[in-house]
Write a protein that binds this ligand. Structure first.
Ligand code: HEM
Length: 491
């Protein structure tokens, strides 16, 4: 009878074994790829490639093994990753209409409710994007309003740099505030003042879902599980609620003295639209949407523009000969005392080329947010079923050796022709491309030009003694650049 407990134990073990085999078989069946689906690395049972580092370097490594089109599995979601100019162009531009939508995944639904521009889809996205793009353009072109605001901000920016008296400092927060002030002028009709510090703190220091890719993956894959626990997603949600609460207060203030014959800013214009589009419920012109778009513009616009400017200054330190050439061009075209204006750009091909090359090398926005395919699609001979997520590696386009003469070097000549005139490049995908490309491109380009030329007109930039700017490792720079120190000496 001694063997009876052993048998019982074996029974339990066999049952568990059988259960495990059934679960694995179910997982295998659920995660099976469609025929001719792009290949990809092995993933853990049930989890898939949830721990894959979603950055351009990790993507380059996998692409080197599986080719420019490969797939990953996150939970039971399939993601196709596309690299190289040829295929990224096909996805974003040539066949872009089939890759426009975002996945309204559980975290996005919980936080943004499908509102805003970056994370909305379909008819609602089209209407909101079109409206915002139209007014951003009008702001950029109308009565020189934008140029005057940026020029005014350049004066404050230079004052803040001068206050450092040539000592080492990190320009990140100063640049961030200056950029946020320009977006503030567009959205709220004014620069930030001391009352806005809470909002600015939240804006600059709070993460978004887009920055926390591993957390999104886990939330996307197991929303029912993650929702129950405390985690970064709860902090993101709480911060987002505070940000929109602040904006909603501003909207209420605007409503009190709203004048249909005198729109002061984007909020006033949008309030007018809410009234006009009341019947078009699908387009969703609502206060909630306005708050979400406002946060979208501040968050996306400020961060990317600041990161680019920071890169530009670090590159000037690393390449003093380029800094000198930019300053010579500024002295020659603008002079030492005139304030730079947008019309100067046409006569400053070298400075324009340096800014473009900074964006190419800086590679601030290396991966597009995931797009959802709206129909079955054949890409490079692979089959991609409707409803698959697709991410494009913009970095691989900006470093594509078939497109760029010196892809891994800082080489402003990429944007100059034989006569040293500015030359546009097809593969300059730093703002992405196609219908879902950056809505603030023009605004960003204007801010970059005026801030950069104003700073280099007045200051020479150098590294603090004993410190070299670290630019080799892009991710390293991204994480540490907030605290990158530099010296700005009056010229
Ligand atoms: C140098 C600065 C900037 C860079 C490098 C940049 C880059 C990008 C890129 C690559 C995308 C496409 C993302 C994707 O396909 O997933 C994008 C989208 C977007 N950008 Fe920018 N951006 C910059 C400045 C701005 C500014 C100043 C604003 C607004 C004031 C802005 C607002 C947006 C919005 C709202 C979207 C979403 C568009 C959509 O989904 O339809 N960006 N940006």
């Amino acid at each position: 009878m001694l063997w009876m407990p052993l048998l019982n134990a074996l029974d339990v073990k066999s049952c568990l074994g059988l259960l495990l085999i059934s679960l694995l078989a179910f997982d295998f069946w659920r995660s099976k790829n469609a025929p001719n689906f792009p290949p990809g690395p092995w993933g853990f049972p049930f989890l898939g490639n949830v721990f894959f580092g979603f950055d351009c370097r990790a993507m380059d490594e996998v692409a080197a093994k599986f080719g420019n089109i490969f797939s990953l599995r996150v939970g039971y979601d399939k993601i196709v990753l596309v690299s190289g100019y040829e295929w990224v162009k096909e996805v974003l531009v040539t066949q872009g209409d089939y890759f426009l939508d975002r996945l309204i995944s559980p975290p996005i639904k919980d936080v943004f409710k499908g509102n805003g521009i970056s994370l909305s889809s379909g008819y609602k996205w089209r209407k909101q994007r079109h409206f915002t793009a139209f007014h951003l353009k009008a702001f950029a072109e109308g009565k020189n309003a934008l140029e005057t605001h940026i020029q005014q901000e350049c004066i404050y920016l230079c004052q803040s740099f001068e206050e450092q008296q040539g000592s080492p400092f990190s320009p990140h927060d100063i640049l961030n505030s200056a950029t946020a002030n320009i977006i503030g002028c567009f959205v709220l009709g004014k620069r930030f003042d001391d009352n806005f510090t809470d909002f600015q703190n939240l804006l600059f220091n709070s993460d978004t879902f887009l920055e926390n890719i591993p957390q999104i993956q886990i939330y996307n894959a197991f929303p029912w599980l993650v929702k129950r626990f405390y985690g970064p997603h709860k902090t993101i949600l709480a911060n987002y609620t505070k940000l929109t609460a602040f904006i909603k207060k501003q909207i209420e203030k605007h409503k009190k003295d709203w004048d249909p014959f005198d729109y002061r800013d984007f909020i006033d214009t949008y309030i007018g639209e809410i009234d006009k589009r009341r019947k078009d419920t699908e387009a969703a012109f609502t206060v909630d949407n306005l708050a979400c778009i406002t946060v979208d513009l501040f968050k996306t616009g400020t961060q990317n523009t600041t990161d680019t400017l920071q890169w530009a200054l670090l590159l000037m330190i690393k390449y003093p000969d380029v800094q000198k050439k930019v300053q010579d061009e500024i002295d020659c075209v603008i002079g030492k005392w005139h304030q730079p204006c947008l019309a100067d750009r046409a006569s400053m091909p070298y400075t324009d080329a340096v800014l473009h090359e900074t964006q190419r090398v800086g590679n601030i926005f290396s991966l597009t947010a995931p797009r959802l395919t709206s129909r079955d699609y054949a890409l490079a001979g692979y089959f991609i079923p409707k409803g698959t997520l697709v991410i494009c590696n913009l970095s691989s386009v900006l470093k594509d050796s078939l497109q760029w003469e010196k892809p891994d070097q800082f080489y402003p000549e990429h944007f100059l022709d034989d006569q040293r005139n500015f030359k546009k490049r097809e593969a300059f995908y730093t703002f992405s491309a196609g219908k879902r490309s950056c809505v603030g491109e023009q605004l960003a380009r204007n801010i970059l030009f005026l801030f950069f030329t104003s700073l280099l007109q007045k200051f020479s930039f150098s590294a603090p003694e004993g410190l070299e700017p670290r630019l080799e490792d892009q991710e390293q720079v991204k994480t540490s650049h907030k605290s990158s120190q530099m010296c700005a000496s009056l010229r």
